[in-house]
Design a protein around this ligand. Structure first.
Ligand code: NDP
Length: 297
C-alpha cells in the first residue's frame, strides 16, 4: 500500500481562505477588524521566524497584526503589564506570547494572565479545563490543525482507536482530549510506555508528537492507519547541510499507512492557519456574533 499524502499546505490555504471570508464579513457587516497581538521576549532566531510569518499571514487574511518585541531582560512585571494592556484593548481579540520564554519569566503565570477569551493559543488553565470537560474553549492550534485534517480525511473518526505519542501540554494532552471529544478510543503514550511498538500497532490513527527524528518505523503501523506527524526535527544530511524530518520514518510508514502527513508541508502550515482561525473565532465570540463554521473543534 502507498499512503495518500495529506497535503497540509493546501489544506491550510483553504482554512486561511475561510478565515479571510469571515474577516471581510465582520468588516463589511459590523465594521469590526479582528486583531492579533504577538509578544516576543528576546531574540531566539526560530521564534523570530515564527513571529514574522504569523504577522505576515495575519495581514494577508485582512486582520490587524500587532507585534511587541521586548528585550530579553524584560522584568516579569513589565510583561504582565503589557498583557493587561492588551487584555483591555478592544481592538485586540487574540494575544499570543511566543514560547519558550527566557528562564527568569514564569511561563505559567504569564500564560494565565492572558484573558481566556483572548487566549488564541488555548494554553490558559481555564481553556484547558473547558476543553477537558467538552465545553466551548479556545483550542491549542497544533492539535486543532491535526483534528481538522483527520475530520477532512475520514469524515467521522468516532469509534476509531487513536494513539497519541507524547503527553506535552501544548500537543499531546490537548490532542488526546480532542480525539476523545470526537469519540475515539484514545491511548496516550510517552517515554515510560511499555511495548510502544505493540501499542502503536493497535492504532487506526497515530499522532506522533515526540521530538525524535524518524522514531516511528513503518513496521509499527497497522495497514491502512492514518499517520499524523507533528514532529519538526532538523537533521544533518550526509552530503552536508540540514533537512527537516518528522517523528515518523516517512518512507517506511507511507508503505503501510492509508494516509500520512509529510514533514514539511503537513501539520506545520496548519498550526498558523489555526491561530488565525482562533483569532477570528475569538473576535466573533467577543462581539456576540455567529462563529465561523468549520474553524473550531
Ligand atoms: P515535548 O518535548 O514537550 O514532549 C515530547 C513528548 O514525547 C513527551 O511527552 C515525552 O515523554 C515523549 N517522548 C520522548 N521520548 C519518547 C520515546 N522514546 N518514546 C515515547 N515517547 C517519548 O515536545 P512537544 O510536544 O512540544 O513537541 C513534540 C514535537 O512536535 C517536536 O518535534 C516539536 O518540534 C513538534 N511541534 C510541532 C509543531 C507544529 O506546528 N508542527 C508545534 C509544536 C511542536 P515524557 O513526557 O515521558 O518525557
Amino acid at each position: 500500500m502507498t499512503a495518500k499524502v495529506i497535503d497540509g499546505k493546501a489544506f491550510a490555504a483553504t482554512v486561511r481562505g475561510k478565515v479571510a471570508v469571515h474577516v471581510s464579513r465582520l468588516k463589511a457587516d459590523h465594521n469590526i477588524t479582528p486583531g492579533l497581538a504577538v509578544v516576543l521576549v528576546g531574540e531566539d532566531p526560530a521564534s523570530q521566524v515564527y513571529v514574522r510569518s504569523k504577522g505576515k499571514m495575519t495581514l494577508e487574511v485582512g486582520m490587524k497584526s500587532v507585534e511587541h518585541k521586548l528585550d530579553i531582560e524584560t522584568p516579569e512585571a513589565d510583561l504582565l503589564a503589557l498583557i493587561e494592556q492588551l487584555n483591555n484593548d478592544p481592538e485586540i481579540h487574540g494575544i499570543l506570547v511566543q514560547l519558550p520564554l527566557p528562564k527568569h519569566l514564569n511561563e505559567d503565570l504569564v500564560i494565565n494572565s492572558i484573558s481566556p477569551a483572548k487566549d488564541v493559543d488555548g494554553f490558559h488553565i481555564s481553556n484547558v479545563g473547558l476543553l477537558s470537560t467538552g465545553q466551548k474553549s479556545m483550542v491549542p492550534c497544533t492539535p486543532l490543525g491535526c483534528l481538522m485534517m483527520l475530520r477532512d480525511h475520514h469524515g467521522s473518526i468516532s469509534g476509531m482507536n487513536a494513539v497519541v505519542i507524547g503527553r506535552s501540554n501544548i500537543v499531546g494532552k490537548p490532542m488526546a482530549q480532542l480525539l476523545l471529544n470526537d469519540s475515539c478510543t484514545v491511548t496516550i503514550a510517552h517515554s515510560r510506555t511499555k511495548d510502544l511498538p505493540d501499542v502503536v500497532r493497535g492504532a487506526d490513527i497515530v499522532i506522533a508528537a515526540v521530538g525524535r527524528p524518524e522514531m516511528v518505523p513503518g513496521d509499527w503501523i497497522k495497514k491502512g492507519a492514518t499517520v499524523i506527524d507533528v514532529g519538526i526535527n532538523r537533521v544533518e544530511k550526509p552530503e552536508g547541510g540540514t533537512r527537516l524530518v518528522g517523528d515518523v520514518d516517512y518512507a517506511s510508514c507511507a508503505e503501510v499507512a492509508g494516509a500520512i502527513t509529510p514533514v514539511p508541508g503537513g501539520v506545520g502550515p496548519m498550526t498558523i492557519a489555526c491561530l488565525l482561525a482562533n483569532t477570528v473565532t475569538a473576535c466573533s465570540r467577543a462581539n456576540g456574533l455567529v462563529e465561523p463554521e468549520g474553524l473550531t473543534a
